[in-house]
Unconditional design. Structure first.
Length: 191
């Protein structure tokens, strides 16, 4: 939109609602902006120190954080790529996770992996597994999909693979988790 835009990276933006919040705060602070998307905003020009401080305060009220350091920005981009992997369409399945992340961020995967591990104390692969399990739990709680359908949707090679990872991360089998949550929800509605 702008010939030489300034891009600010924002941590914890993860939904359409967060985009609307950031856009509203920019408007409220009279900061001229262009595109706003998950994890970033495009500005016409750099913020003054006062604008930066006010914007940082406004973001913190909603649980967002203005990223200042290069590694923090890189971690946020890696997390966005991980979210894309978990939600990736079937046509992307022939690309490895490492290739996808490396190509998307235009960095060597070994470098990205080392930075991610250094900052987060976990590996990219563990982050992908954890996000897939969180997505599986969400689908079990709020969706009508079977465990087989969830395994397919999350691109597991088999139901057994999903079950094994699910139990390793949560300590429960997917069936036990699904039935326990349904039972608890039922008890709450009866009470």
């Amino acid at each position: 939109m702008y010939p030489n835009p300034v891009v600010l990276n924002i941590k914890y933006m993860d939904s359409k609602r967060s985009i609307d919040i950031v856009r509203a705060e920019l408007d409220r602070l009279n900061i001229t902006h262009g595109a706003v998307d998950i994890g970033w905003v495009e500005l016409e020009k750099a913020l003054t120190s006062v604008q930066r401080k006010l914007f940082r305060i406004a973001l913190s009220r909603f649980g967002f954080e203005l990223l200042e350091k290069h590694k923090d920005k890189l971690i946020e981009k890696i997390n966005k790529a991980i979210a894309d992997i978990v939600d990736k369409p079937a046509k992307m399945l022939d690309v490895t996770n490492s290739t996808f992340i490396s190509d998307k961020l235009d960095y060597n995967y070994t470098y990205l992996s080392n930075v991610f591990s250094e900052v987060t104390s976990t590996t990219i692969e563990h982050a992908i597994i954890n996000l897939k399990i969180e997505k599986a739990k969400e689908l079990m709680l709020y969706g009508s999909l079977s465990i087989t359908q969830i395994a397919q949707k999350l691109h597991y090679s088999s139901v057994a693979h999903l079950c094994k990872q699910f139990k390793k991360v949560t300590g429960l089998t997917p069936t036990f988790f699904k039935n326990a949550k349904k039972k608890r929800l039922l008890e709450m509605t009866i009470s």
